[in-house]
Design a protein around this ligand. Structure first.
Ligand SMILES: Nc1ncnc2c1ncn2[C@@H]1O[C@H](COP(=O)(O)OP(=O)(O)O)[C@@H](O)[C@H]1O
Ligand SMILES: O=P(O)(O)OC[C@H]1O[C@](O)(COP(=O)(O)O)[C@@H](O)[C@@H]1O
Ligand SMILES: [Mg+2]
Length: 328
C-alpha cells in the first residue's frame, strides 16, 4: 500500500517527560524505514510559528533513547491558542512540505493538534506527560520514570525522617491529578496519602492519625501530598503545632521531570512513536494514541479529550487499608 504522506514533522509541546526522546527516535526511524522525509520542529508550537524547523535523518536521533528531556526542546505558546496562530501554523507546515505531523505532549497540546488536523494537516498525538492525566490511556510517556524518581526520593526522606523521629510531608507533582501521589504513597508505605481527587481537607483526622502512630511506637510519619492540594509548608507548621512532632515539608519539584527514562518509558514510547507513523502512512488524521488493556489503541482527538478519568477506586481503597494497618 502506498503512503498517504511524504514528509512527517515531529514536535514536543507542554511539560517535557522522560521518554519523549525515545518517541522522537521511533518517529524518525519508522518514517525513514517507510521512505518518508522527516522534519523536527523545535520548541513546540512556538517553534512552528517561528519556522524553527530542521531536517532529521536516522543519525539525528542516535544516542538519545537513554536521555531525559527532549532534544527538540519544548514550550508553551499562547499565540497558537488563537485561530490566527493555528492558521499560520498550518500554512508553515504546507510551506515546508509537512503533510503528516506527530505532536507529543499533554491535553493542551492535543487541542492544538486537533486544530491543525481540522486545517488539513494530518496529525497524530502521543500522550507525553508525567501526570498520567489523559483519560483515553492507562499509560503516558514519562509517568513511569517520574514516579520511580519520586519513590526513590521519598525513600531517602524516610531514612532521615526515621532517624529524627519526625513527620515528613512530601509533595509530588501531578498538576490536578493524584496519580504520582497515590502510586508513591503505596510504593513508599506512606502513613497518609493525600490526593486531589479524594482529599476532604480534614486535617484533624491526619493529626489524630499521627498521634496514634506515635502512641504505638512508630518512629516517623510519612505523608505524601499531591501538588494539586499543595500548601505542604503550611500543613507542616500546623501539624507540628498540633502534635508536638517535629515536621518538615519536602517539595520534590522538577527533579521528577528529568532523568534517564525507565525501560517501560523507552519501550512504550518507541512503540507509540512507530504506531503514530503507521497511522499517518495509512492516511489517518486527528487521532491520539493510547495504551489500554495491554495494547495500543487510537481515538479521535475530540472524543479523547471529552473522556473522563478517575483514580482507580480499588487501588485507592488498598492504599487506605495498607497505610492504616497498624491502627487498632
Ligand atoms: N485550546 C487550545 N488550542 C490550541 N492550542 C492549544 C490549546 N491549549 C493548549 N494549546 C497549545 O498547547 C501548548 C501546551 O499546552 P499545556 O496545557 O501547557 O501543556 P500539555 O500539552 O503538557 O498539557 C500550549 O502552550 C498551546 O500552545
Ligand atoms: O514546569 P512548569 O511550567 O512549572 O509546570 C509544572 C507542571 O508541569 C508538570 O510537571 C507536567 O505537566 P504537563 O505535562 O501537563 O505540562 C505538572 O506536574 C506540573 O504541575
Ligand atoms: Mg497537561
Amino acid at each position: 500500500m502506498s503512503n498517504k504522506v511524504s514528509t512527517i514533522g515531529v514536535l514536543t509541546s507542554g511539560g517535557d517527560a522522560p521518554g519523549m526522546n525515545a518517541a522522537i527516535r521511533a518517529v524518525v526511524r519508522t518514517a525513514i524505514a517507510n521512505g518518508l522525509k522527516v522534519k523536527g520542529i523545535r520548541r513546540g508550537y512556538s517553534g512552528l510559528l517561528e519556522e524553527d524547523i530542521i531536517d532529521m535523518d536516522a543519525s539525528s536521533v542516535s544516542d538519545i533513547i537513554q536521555r531525559g528531556g527532549t532534544i527538540l526542546y519544548t514550550a508553551r505558546c499562547l499565540e497558537f491558542k488563537t485561530p490566527e496562530g493555528q492558521q499560520k501554523g498550518a500554512e508553515i507546515c504546507r510551506k515546508h512540505g509537512i503533510d503528516g505531523l506527530v505532536v507529543i505532549g499533554g491535553d493542551g497540546s492535543f487541542q492544538g493538534a486537533r486544530k491543525l488536523a481540522n486545517l488539513g494537516i494530518n496529525t497524530v498525538a502521543l500522550p507525553g506527560t508525567i501526570d498520567l492525566d489523559i483519560a483515553c490511556t492507562d499509560y503516558t510517556i514519562g509517568f513511569d520514570t517520574a514516579v520511580n524518581t519520586a519513590m526513590e526520593a521519598i525513600d531517602k526522606v524516610r531514612d532521615t525522617s526515621t532517624s529524627h523521629e519526625r513527620c515528613s510531608i512530601i509533595e509530588v507533582m501531578g498538576r490536578n491529578a493524584g496519580y504520582i501521589a497515590l502510586w508513591c504513597g503505596i510504593a513508599n508505605g506512606a502513613e497518609d496519602i493525600l490526593i486531589t481527587e479524594r482529599y476532604d481537607h480534614d486535617e484533624a483526622k491526619i493529626i489524630e492519625n499521627i498521634k496514634h502512630s506515635r502512641s504505638i511506637g512508630k518512629k516517623h510519619h510519612i505523608i505524601v501530598n499531591a501538588e494539586g492540594i499543595g500548601d505542604s509548608n503550611g500543613m507542616a507548621k500546623r501539624i507540628e503545632a498540633a502534635t508536638g512532632m517535629e515536621t518538615r515539608a519536602t517539595i520534590i519539584g522538577h527533579i521528577q521531570r528529568g532523568g534517564s527514562p525507565t525501560c517501560i518509558d523507552r519501550v512504550y514510547a518507541s512503540e507509540m512513536g512507530a504506531y503514530a507513523v503507521d497511522l499517518l502512512c495509512k492516511g489517518e488524521s486527528n487521532r491520539v494514541v493510547g495504551y489500554r488493556s495491554g495494547g495500543l489503541v487510537d481515538y479521535d482527538i475530540q472524543e479523547a479529550l471529552e473522556m473522563q478519568k478517575d483514580i482507580d477506586q480499588y487501588l485507592y481503597d488498598v492504599s487506605r487499608t495498607l497505610s492504616r494497618s497498624l491502627q487498632s
